[in-house]
Design a protein around this ligand. Structure first.
Ligand code: SF4
Length: 382
């Protein structure tokens, strides 16, 4: 609330004009006669402390009102003008993931009348509903979406490398997302098209994302990254879906917190439970992969003449098992044990730790809107 003693005649008149009220109406609301309001506005009398307080409350209420439609239109025009000036003729290549934020971003660009290419980086490891949504409803609303794929997708890549991506060696992001996107943008740039990569990252999703700038040079892509939704709330994302009559990816309705790799190596407990309950075939696929990668790891160890200490697993958060000398032995749970854990109720002081046991400590792919880990304190994308 503003200072209660700061009302002069002009300010009272301005407040009344903003409300589009007559002097009589303002008098009625703050319980004075119309002629008193008139005297205030002519500087022939000053409001008492009690009335200044009422006027201050009104002023605070006016400030919290949404802008009038005409103001919104002119704000939008100004916004568009500023963005077009910043783009300066560069082509906008928007990363679309099948998630709500990137869809909202593309709709927002549509509303601004900013032409953009839509690119989906296909890891080959998404939920079938995401693929269907991208091909059907999303493409119908946003326009054609270009699918960009690496030479080897998730499963093939893991088999080829004989190892799983991990927090330390996150080759999934690098090889399935960063490199294909860099190649796609590089081809455009080489053909003489100057590009900007737009990503649907929102600051409200984490403290780390809140530190991001709306525009930033991205060395790996040799172009600028633009985050048009950085200051958006989730309500605004939902509202723009409603305005365009676009339903969100059905995975959200099934309980997914985010859309992306199914599951991501950084999935949360509830997400692992969702995969296990709705898609048991994926769990079997992971079990098969774990066996194959374990065999490859064993062969590598045999060739090197060393002992294989721990079998590789999709989720690589160390358990609390210890060696005889009391050190963590570095073992991780295989997928079946992880699924079992995901079905357990959170307990005692470990409750929050449990919930975020698999949360990522990330940078890189989160920063550029390539992977949506949904973790509380990392950067992510849509
Ligand atoms: S979403 Fe997760 S599993 Fe998929 S590429 Fe990104 S970090 Fe890797």
């Amino acid at each position: 609330m503003g200072r209660t003693d700061s009302f002069d005649a002009a300010e009272i008149r301005r407040l009344r004009t903003e409300l589009s009220w007559t002097q009589a109406r303002l008098g009625l609301v703050i319980r004075v006669h119309r002629s008193t309001v008139s005297r205030w506005e002519c500087a022939r009398q000053i409001p008492s402390a009690k009335h200044r307080s009422s006027l201050a409350s009104l002023r605070a209420a006016v400030k919290s009102l949404p802008p009038k439609p005409d103001k919104m239109v002119s704000a939008r025009v100004q916004e568009r003008t500023e963005i077009l000036a910043r783009l300066n003729g560069r082509r906008v290549v928007a990363s679309v993931s099948g998630g709500k934020d990137s869809a909202a971003m593309s709709l927002y660009l549509q509303e601004l009348g900013i032409e953009h290419d839509r690119v989906f980086l296909d890891t080959g490891w998404e939920h079938p509903d995401t693929y269907e949504y991208l091909r059907g409803e999303l493409a119908a609303k946003l326009g054609p979406i270009t699918w960009v794929r690496a030479e080897r997708q998730m499963e093939e890549l893991i088999r080829h490398k004989g190892m799983f991506p991990s927090r330390v060696i996150r080759f999934c992001t690098q090889m399935l997302k960063v490199q294909p996107m860099a190649k796609h943008l590089g081809a455009l740039i080489d053909s003489g098209v100057d590009c900007v990569n737009a990503v649907g990252v929102r600051a409200a999703e984490s403290a780390a994302r809140a530190k991001l700038a709306p525009w930033e040079w991205q060395e790996a892509f040799d172009c600028e990254v633009w985050r048009p939704l950085l200051r958006w709330s989730e309500e605004e994302v939902i509202a723009i879906h409603r305005r365009h009559d676009l339903r969100p990816n059905p995975l959200y309705l099934a309980g997914a917190l985010r859309v992306g790799c199914w599951p991501c190596i950084f999935a949360r407990k509830s997400e692992i439970r969702l995969v296990a309950e709705t898609d048991p075939r994926r769990i079997v696929q992971l079990k098969v992969l774990e066996n194959e990668v374990a065999m490859a790891a064993q062969q590598r160890a045999d060739r090197a003449g060393r002992e294989l200490k721990n079998e590789p697993t999709w989720f690589q958060n160390p358990t609390s098992s210890r060696t005889p000398d009391g050190r963590h032995d570095g073992s991780c749970w295989p997928i079946e044990r992880v699924v079992e854990w995901s079905r357990s109720a959170p307990r005692g002081p470990l409750r929050s730790k449990d919930e975020f046991l698999f949360a990522a400590q990330l940078d890189g792919c989160m920063r550029w809107g390539l992977c949506d880990t949904g973790a509380q304190d990392q950067e992510a994308s849509a």
